[in-house]
Design a protein around this ligand. Structure first.
Ligand code: NAP
Length: 303
């Protein structure tokens, strides 16, 4: 794939379910791209498409104007940014580091301060829209940080997503993502309960799903996840373990401010049941398995 040498040089650290298609879209948009991944073989998939593979986040930073991190949780972002062989070791004047993982807003703000002390800029820019949104460059991107940095990053964001919103200062993007995760988890639970109820009523599940998806009961989960729930296709997507990390961050913040979030607390407890059964690496739509177990009935369109 031909890249455009006049565009900023982009680096990607973390090529998992989300990071790989996002990096690919940066490349497709013509950005010169350097990538790395803890399991380095995954990075090789992008070399044939024109990316350069680096061995460490430090090397990625040395070769890039803007580095995106797309790893798992706050300690992982800290490791790839400030740990040995990390981005900070390769930082140079003008480097902008954009963390697009979903992490704690408190940690995100602390990382921004630390980076400023070490002479590089940061944004938090977590995303929503799932693996399909990453593949089709249709992500929603919620950004925290300084406006000038957001504008600098905008052409890259436009290559990765469709809805790009500057929420506020450092950590505001992560705070918004947590609000998003409350809606996601409770929506999934609502979809699961609706389908299990329909199964118990003995009505046609696919027709039920279709008509709900066209009315007031519709949601992203009803449109994208319900068909997979009915097919028993629970591969991730978005892993239960990752959603629990996000709901934990929500509940920690709620605890600190005496906020009562009964729906989130319930969703977290039900998802814990999946983890206890060893299903933490399934997609988050597997919540229907818990509801099915509680009622002793399955909602499947396949035998
Ligand atoms: P994933 O498939 O598990 O990928 C995680 C990536 O981070 C892998 O490349 C992994 O490397 C790397 N990584 C994790 N810990 C690391 C560490 N300590 N040092 C270096 N690399 C590390 O997860 P994902 O689904 O892409 O999710 C990535 C982030 O996006 C998460 O914060 C998640 O909550 C968020 N998110 C996910 C979705 C979704 O639908 N999947 C949607 C929106 C947001 P290895 O390959 O070596 O394991």
């Amino acid at each position: 794939m031909a890249t455009d040498p006049t565009r900023p040089k982009i680096g990607f650290v973390g090529l998992g379910i989300m990071g790989l298609p996002m990096a690919r879209n940066a490349l497709k948009a013509g950005f010169p791209l350097t990538v790395t991944n803890r399991t380095l073989e995954k990075a090789d998939r992008l070399t044939a498409e024109g990316a350069t593979v680096a061995r460490t986040p430090r090397e990625v930073a040395e070769r890039s104007d803007i580095v995106v991190t797309m790893v798992t949780s706050s300690p992982d972002v800290e490791a790839v940014t400030f740990g040995p062989g990390g981005i900070a070791e390769g930082a140079h004047a003008g480097l902008l580091v954009i963390d697009m993982s979903s992490i704690s807003p408190v940690a995100s703000r602390a990382f921004a301060e630390r980076a400023e002390g070490q002479g590089f800029r940061t944004l938090d820019a977590p995303v929503s829209g799932g693996e399909i949104g990453a593949i089709e460059a249709r992500l929603s991107i919620m950004v925290g940080g300084d406006a000038a940095d957001v504008e600098r990053a905008r052409p890259l964001f436009e290559a990765l997503g469709k809805t790009i919103v500057h929420i506020g200062g450092h950590g505001a993007g992560q705070a918004c993502k947590l609000a998003n995760q409350i809606a996601v988890a409770i929506n999934n639970l609502g979809v699961a309960e609706a389908l299990v109820f329909a199964a118990a009523q003995g009505i046609d599940l696919e027709r039920t799903r279709q008509v709900i998806a066209g009315g007031a009961g519709s949601s992203w989960a009803m449109q994208n996840y319900a068909p997979k729930m009915l097919a028993g296709d629970f591969k991730p997507g978005f892993m239960v373990d990752h959603q629990q990390k996000d709901l934990r961050n929500v509940l920690d913040a709620a605890f600190a401010t005496h906020l009562s979030l009964p729906g989130t607390s319930l969703a977290h407890a039900l998802y814990s049941a999946l983890q206890a059964d060893g299903d933490g690496r399934l997609g988050n739509l597997a919540i229907i398995k818990v509801i099915e177990r509680l009622s002793g009935i399955e909602a499947r369109t396949t035998e």
